[in-house]
Ligand binder design. Structure first.
Ligand code: SF4
Length: 333
């Protein structure tokens, strides 16, 4: 379901009908044209026939029933995964996929192991938002944040991602502030530079996962195209132009990147870079590696703190439904 398709189906109708239909779908979140009471019956019937609002999905809620993941069935039969995280403070963050599979094949990532099938169209990105917005509406809640941290590398699908962001940010549609939208990338330098010129300046998160190029290449083979120093220079530029802080995501993998040496190296890398913060994430098992134990995580974190680095430890959501970071691979049991 796209605006273009809506336009096509409403051809010949008064022009205000399109505006009404957009509001019904994106703001009122109707899931059946039957509920479009502002439309005459005959138009409702036509829309029902030509443009289904149904979203086919398998929903897996976490134990506490407030977070979960959904596997959405796309029109061509392919499937994509999206997750909802309900935070203790009540915020609802939706994690969105931008591709089916991922071509970048990071060694620790379940999506990377799937290989790459295709990019998602902007409307397939929006369907994930609509799905959770409808789910939350039933509980009188709303989406507060949107993060592009699901399946795929969002900056490899740049145009569709930014087209979707326009809808997500539009005050007449989802109305989510640009400060509450984040893109996570392994660090595509040219695309980060391009982001600086976007009207909507979103938050940038970089999947770092190693404090030097050698180790980074070992676990993230595609990163060989992006030297760390150059990548950080580019994100310095992003900070300068947008005045945003940049998040560095760091998965802690047992015996791979979690030693004191790596913590010190990371501290040195970030020395003087005040507008960065490190998000430490305990690795969620996907088969190849093991997560660091809590003592190692605490040591790593303390070294960063002692060196004046801003650091937080991410709470893990949706592990019980295989919907945690790095686990998205359409797995259900
Ligand atoms: S971590 Fe991100 S970039 Fe790497 S394979 Fe997984 S989805 Fe792709």
């Amino acid at each position: 379901m796209t605006i273009e398709k809506l336009q096509e189906v409403l051809t010949g109708e008064a022009s205000f009908r399109l505006k009404q239909a957009i509001k019904l779908v994106f703001v009122d979140l109707i899931s059946d044209w039957e509920d479009a009471s502002v439309f005459p019956l005959v138009l409702r019937e036509k829309l029902k026939q030509d443009l289904s609002l149904d979203i086919k999905a398998d929903l897996f809620l976490s134990k506490e029933q407030k977070s979960g993941k959904a596997i959405i069935h796309l029109v061509d039969g392919l499937k994509v995964e999206t997750t909802l995280m309900n935070h203790k403070d009540g915020r609802n963050t939706v994690c969105i996929s931008s591709q089916i599979g991922c071509p970048l094949a990071c060694k620790f990532c379940a999506t990377g192991k799937m290989g790459f099938t295709r990019n998602l169209d902007y409307s397939e990105i929006l369907i994930q938002i609509i799905f959770w917005a409808r789910f939350l509406k039933n509980k009188n809640e709303k989406i507060s944040n949107v993060v592009f941290m699901g399946m795929g590398e969002p900056l490899l699908n740049y145009d569709n991602v930014f087209k979707a962001i326009k809808f997500i940010n539009d005050p007449d549609l989802f109305n989510i502030s640009s400060r509450k939208i984040a893109i996570s990338t392994i660090g595509l330098i040219n695309e980060i530079k391009k982001m600086v010129n976007e009207r909507i300046k979103v938050d940038l998160a970089i999947s770092l996962h190693a404090p030097n190029d050698f180790l980074r290449r070992k676990i993230m083979p595609y990163s060989e195209n992006y030297q760390l120093e150059k990548l950080l220079d580019t994100s310095d530029f992003y900070i300068k132009k947008t005045n945003r802080r940049v998040m560095l995501e760091y998965l802690l993998i047992k015996g791979v990147n979690d030693s004191q040496k790596e913590a010190l190296e990371l501290s040195r890398l970030l020395l003087g870079r005040k507008l960065y913060f490190v998000n430490l994430i305990k690795y969620n098992e996907t088969g190849s590696f093991k997560p660091s134990d809590q003592k190692t995580i605490n040591n790593f974190k303390n070294i960063l703190l002692r060196n004046g680095i801003n650091v937080i430890e991410r709470y893990r959501f949706n592990q019980d439904v295989f919907g945690a970071c790095g686990q998205l691979a359409l797995k259900t049991t």
